[in-house]
Design a protein around this ligand. Structure first.
Ligand code: MG
Length: 383
């Protein structure tokens, strides 16, 4: 499909904060994607928790494979709707760059530690990684991405923070929407994690097929597979069911969004932003089926006592690291001490806390665990 008029386009891009000459061979959004793939934060996603901590098994999703699945789902839908595939891929690959080690348990612990210093939120941190923290380019900090990629990375934001963020935060004040590529990456994230968490939960034996079969979305796919292949072995069965669930969500999203776009007739991306409602959406029935699955996963997987035990340990690790570094920055390597002094000089204790939070948020699970052991266990080697 050709690029639709309502798609983001390099020609109407709001551009980069630091102006740069265009590439001879790549569109601005391709370059954004490439910068994200080459970033240090992207590589670290390989060893960051999605639901299961990395050392629990090699077959579970990590933040990296999750991000790849989001990008793949986004690209299929983008192509079907005539959106900019490179842009939605860039947003999908970058959306979790700000995640702490140990998934949501790590982010909640860091947020508690940062309570007096402006808090910590992984989505804001993803924007901070691409805007400020990646230190690779001679002429600017961050990756100097286009406005549209940054707009897509910032999924939610409270009013105070939005005011601080300037142009990229404005839609949270005036109630407008981001471009369709951003709306898409957001929904593709949810489609990806709901489905791969079912797969991982079954693999970990924390979820059971009999329980999942009470959910409409799962049951419909399961009945189809089971009646066609009653003797199918377990792994093939699970995969056949999950691919059907993803397919029905993706198809529904394409059909519903096509109808909504046809109703609103946006002439360009600005019309999409001003449409008064998201133009990318699941239909009513599919939305409630998806919600039912999400609630089920919360209750049966994320609240499973074994997942909770790891969350409990994660909290202790993150909190101990934070309190130790804040109390005794002298325990950190000299380059980090210098960074903390630099942030302290401009922003006082808030700057100091933010520098420590940035350092911890950037850690992989296994680095955070090793660092915790180095700090608390007297017989651990010092490096
Ligand atoms: Mg995600």
């Amino acid at each position: 499909m050709q690029r639709a008029p309502y798609a983001a386009s390099p020609a109407s891009s709001r551009g980069r904060i630091h102006p740069e000459a265009e590439s001879d061979y790549r569109s601005p959004y391709q370059r954004d994607r490439d910068r994200i793939v080459h970033s240090a934060a992207f590589r670290r996603l390989e060893y960051k928790t999605q639901v299961f901590v990395n050392h629990e098994g090699d077959m579970f999703r990590t933040r990296l494979t999750h991000s790849l699945e989001v990008a793949q789902i986004s690209r299929t839908i983008a192509r079907a709707l005539g959106l900019d595939e490179d842009l939605t891929e860039a947003i999908s690959l970058a959306h979790d760059l700000g995640h702490t080690p140990f998934g949501h348990a790590g982010q909640d612990a860091l947020n508690t530690c940062m309570q007096d210093f402006g808090g910590f939120e992984h989505n804001l941190q993803s924007l901070r990684v691409v805007d400020e923290l990646e230190a690779k380019y001679a002429e600017f900090s961050g990756l100097n991405l286009t406005f549209e990629t940054r707009e897509g990375i910032l999924k939610h934001c409270d009013r105070d923070k939005a005011l601080e963020l300037g142009e990229v935060g404005r839609r949270f004040i005036d109630g407008t929407y981001p471009g369709l590529e951003a709306q898409l990456a957001n929904i593709a994230d949810e489609i990806a994690y709901n489905n791969h968490d079912v797969d991982d939960g079954l693999r970990a034996e924390m979820l059971q097929i009999e329980d999942l079969a009470r959910l409409d979305l799962f049951a419909e796919a399961y009945d189809e597979v089971h009646s066609r292949w009653p003797e199918l072995d377990y792994r093939r069965l699970v995969h056949e069911v999950i691919r059907r669930m993803i397919n029905s969500l993706v198809s529904n999203l394409i059909e519903t969004s096509t109808a909504r776009i046809a109703e609103s007739q946006p002439a360009d991306i600005e019309d999409v932003r001003q449409a008064g409602r998201p133009l990318l959406a699941l239909g009513e029935t599919m939305r409630s089926r998806n919600l039912e699955l999400k609630r089920f996963l919360r209750e049966h997987l994320y609240h499973d006592y074994r997942v909770q035990r790891m969350s409990h340990k994660a909290q202790r690790i993150v909190t101990t690291l934070f309190e130790t570094y804040i109390g005794k920055p002298g325990l950190l390597p000299p380059a980090l001490q210098a960074e903390i002094r630099h942030c302290e000089a401009s922003d006082g204790e808030v700057g100091r806390a933010r520098a420590v939070a940035d350092y911890i948020a950037g850690m992989t699970d296994r680095f955070a665990i090793a660092e915790y052991q180095r700090l608390v266990d007297p017989v651990q080697p010092i490096r």
